[in-house]
Design a protein around this ligand. Structure first.
Ligand code: ATP
Ligand code: MG
Length: 561
């Protein structure tokens, strides 16, 4: 922001123009979200524009499917780019003409060395490169050869165009870098129109200049490319775009490179690019993370020049913070233990009104159904409780949330000694929400569902995809060795009937703006969940994805499951 303010001080009245320039060779991930928030955020803050540009100079790895997903993800994050979606390939004519200009000026030449030969002659940082035998070709010969390269006369790799800069530069990127190569390949935008394609470094700065980008923001590893960026724009006397660098986002317990994500998808280690365990934007969306939480996360981690690793828990906390205020709360039981209220008439059913979210009165209320037979969570009961166990135990009392206080009178077991049922007494004076309900002080409050009316659902418990914080830090080992075999468990869960009705109704209303519905809730005392946007069908049991546990207790939760 300070950089932009400085720029505006020097160029009063100027419009800030930024861009988000993904290569469409995979789905976007949370690292890209950081870049998106930064670029679109700056444009928004300073009343400027942000472009979306596909950096599509490498036809062999790119696909239209990726272009579509990128646009969808940016929109879902809450940003709209200025003007149409742009493509570096849309500038191929201009970029080619600029190369002709460089050749004409004597600033570039056609070289017949192979990639390997160029590499072998590159020298070391302290030792200059050896000149290519083709470095001193005449302008006329270079122009002729470049035209014939474009016309398709030569095979892949036989010739390149190289910028003629400085073979002794301590910066290896300045030692006559290749700017054009031959690739007889079909391109998803330009079809078969081209068989010469510009290299990334050369095309990127020119695309920026063509679009009048004032602030070209990229990640730190491009800092050493900046002299080349400046050299090209200076030689061609274009719009003076300028590059600024910031640190890449690294997150623990995951991998972020598109190459590795593609490997996980292609080898079926996950169920597609939108698998809720992946750090892709579409995966996080399907998992249930709200776009606002992702934006908040990007804000919290900030923009620095220092490469660090961000703890996955920081992301989870941003999600909890956002959902605490917005998610309706219901009760669901994961490991049911039956409770029979012996003093409750068999046919009596109470409806108890309670808030959907105490943090958000506008969410309204629901009717919780209370009956003689209930399920509680198996580990909310202990036959031989330690001190300070405030949940249920023989002879002890506990409050059923949004219900009554009950006392456990009898533990029923099967032949093997497993507890099958608790027989309890309900204190009828303690109905939640009625005057005097809290007169009786009990320490514990537990959740429950009515046994007969509870709704059966399926819950997918997602866990971290890797068992170690930095699965790809050891170059000697394959990151896939560290995949967490327990990253997904599917369990049946019983849900209170009001919740099932409410959530199914909201889901049926659909999502906004072409997106799938995002129906989230909190299961009290357990965590946040979202109805899977793809696998929920009317008339079938509800399917939930676990977004995140309520506290940093996922280890405990998954051990239970
Ligand atoms: P990957 O290495 O994951 O394939 P990339 O840098 O090759 O990523 P691009 O499609 O070229 O992916 O990136 C588009 C933009 O997103 C670039 O400006 C890049 O700097 C930024 N970006 C990519 N990864 C990260 C990250 N982890 N943190 C922040 N910004 C990122
Ligand atoms: Mg890339």
């Amino acid at each position: 922001a300070e950089i932009v303010e400085g720029y505006l001080a020097k160029h009063p009245g100027a419009t800030i123009v930024t861009r988000f320039p993904p290569e469409p060779n995979g789905y976007l991930h949370i690292g890209h979200a950081k870049s998106i928030c930064l670029n679109f955020g700056l444009a928004r803050t300073f009343g400027g524009n942000c472009h979306l540009r596909m950096d599509d100079t490498n036809p062999t790895k790119e696909e239209v499917e990726y272009v579509d997903s990128i646009q969808q993800d940016v929109r879902w994050l809450g940003f709209q780019w200025h003007g149409p979606t742009r493509y570096a390939s849309g500038y191929f004519d201009q970029i080619y003409a600029y190369a002709v200009q460089l050749i004409t000026q004597g600033d570039a030449y056609v070289c017949d060395l192979t990639q390997d030969e160029i590499g072998a002659m590159r020298g070391t940082p302290t030792e200059p490169a050896r000149p290519s035998p083709f470095r001193e070709r005449s302008v006329a010969e270079n122009l002729d050869l470049f035209a014939r390269m474009k016309a398709g006369e030569f095979a892949d790799g036989v010739k390149t165009v190289r910028a003629k800069i400085d073979l002794a530069s301590p910066n290896m990127h300045m030692r006559d870098p290749v700017i054009y190569r031959i690739r007889h390949a079909h391109h998803h935008q330009t079809g078969d129109a081209w068989c010469v394609y510009p290299m990334y470094d050369y095309a990127h700065c020119l695309s920026d200049a063509i679009e009048g980008i004032t602030h070209s923001i990229c990640t730190l590893e491009f800092e050493v490319h900046r002299p080349l960026y400046d050299w090209i724009l200076q030689k061609l006397n274009t719009f003076p775009s300028h590059q600024y660098e910031f640190s890449r986002l690294h997150l623990t317990y995951t991998v972020m490179s598109k190459r590795k994500l593609l490997e996980l998808v292609k080898d079926n280690h996950v169920a597609g690019w939108d698998d809720p365990r992946l750090p892709t934007i579409s995966g996080l969306r399907r998992r249930g993370l709200p776009a606002a939480a992702l934006r908040r996360f990007c804000e919290v981690i900030g923009v620095t020049k220092f490469n660090g690793v961000t703890d996955y828990a920081v992301l989870e906390n941003a999600v909890r913070e956002s959902l605490n205020k917005t998610a309706p709360r219901f009760m669901a039981v994961f490991h049911p233990l039956k409770v029979v209220l012996t003093n409750w008439p068999a046919d009596r059913v109470d409806m108890i009104e309670s808030d959907i979210n105490p943090e958000d009165p506008s969410a309204g209320s629901r009717q919780t159904l209370f009956a003689r037979e209930l399920f509680i969570e198996r580990d909310d009961f202990l036959e031989n409780p330690p001190k300070k166990f405030f949940r249920l135990s023989p002879g002890g009392e506990v409050r059923l949330r949004h219900g009554y206080v009950i006392r456990c009178d009898e533990v029923v077991k099967d032949a093997e000694g497993n507890i099958t049922e608790l027989r309890c007494t309900c204190d009828l004076e303690t109905k939640s929400g009625t005057p005097g309900a809290d007169a009786k002080k009990v320490k514990g409050v537990i959740h429950w569902v009515p046994a007969v009316q509870a709704v059966k659902t399926e819950v997918r418990l997602y866990d971290r995809l890797f068992t170690v914080p930095e699965p790809d830090s050891d170059k000697e080992r394959d990151f896939k060795e560290f995949l967490n075999p327990d990253s997904l468990k599917t369990v049946p869960v019983l849900l209170e009937p009001a919740a099932a009705q409410h959530l199914a109704k909201v889901f049926a209303q659909g999502g906004g703006d072409g997106f799938a519905p995002e129906v989230r809730c909190q299961f009290e005392r357990v965590g946040y969940f979202m109805l899977d946007p793809k696998d929920n069908v009317p008339g079938k049991p509800l399917v939930f994805n676990r977004i995140v546990t309520l506290k940093d207790s996922w280890a405990k939760e998954s051990a239970k499951a």
